[in-house]
Design a protein around this ligand. Structure first.
Ligand SMILES: [Zn+2]
Length: 161
């Protein structure tokens, strides 16, 4: 049920966007919309390619790229690009984005989401005569503990060699 609701939210957003651009819907776009629900959090274009390779629906890489960009413009997908890592995509279900922060590992590219009511209060308190804050997104870059452990291990191995 929830999944169907989510599907219709995305579908409506796509229809609206395409109408505004005088574009028509295609079976490829519908297949891509369906595929988005297979991924829980973030995914890469490689994940999508793999998904379509395993399904009966054939989608070329070029078509996939074009439609990913279209979905981004339509506000259905949000792209995360971290230094040398492959871009990852996140499905945007809600019209009102969540306020919070993300911890992003610069080594493995892993992203974790957090909410922080204290930070949210501080941002809300910043409203002025000229501006009303609605949401915020803070990105904190660093190294995750898994990568730190791996790094430590590698260092030890180098010393022992
Ligand atoms: Zn990491």
């Amino acid at each position: 049920m929830a999944k169907n609701n989510n599907r219709s939210i995305l579908s409506e957003r796509l229809q609206k966007y395409m109408q505004s651009k005088s574009m028509r819907n295609t079976p490829e776009r519908e297949a891509l919309l369906d595929a988005l629900h297979k991924f829980k959090r973030r995914f890469t274009i490689d994940d999508l390619e793999k998904h379509f390779a395993e399904s009966n629906f054939k989608l070329s890489r070029a078509t996939l790229y074009n439609n990913i960009h279209l979905f981004e413009s339509a506000g259905i997908l949000k792209c995360h690009k971290i230094s040398s890592h492959k871009a990852s995509y996140e499905v945007v279900y809600s019209d009102t984005p969540l306020s919070g922060y993300q911890e992003i590992c610069t080594i493995c590219g892993k992203i974790r989401d957090f909410t922080d009511p204290e930070l949210a209060k501080q941002v809300q308190a910043r409203k002025s005569r000229f501006f009303r804050p609605e949401y915020f997104a803070v990105q904190i870059y660093g190294i995750c503990y898994a990568c730190l452990r791996k790094r430590k291990k590698e260092k030890l191995n180098n010393i022992n060699q």
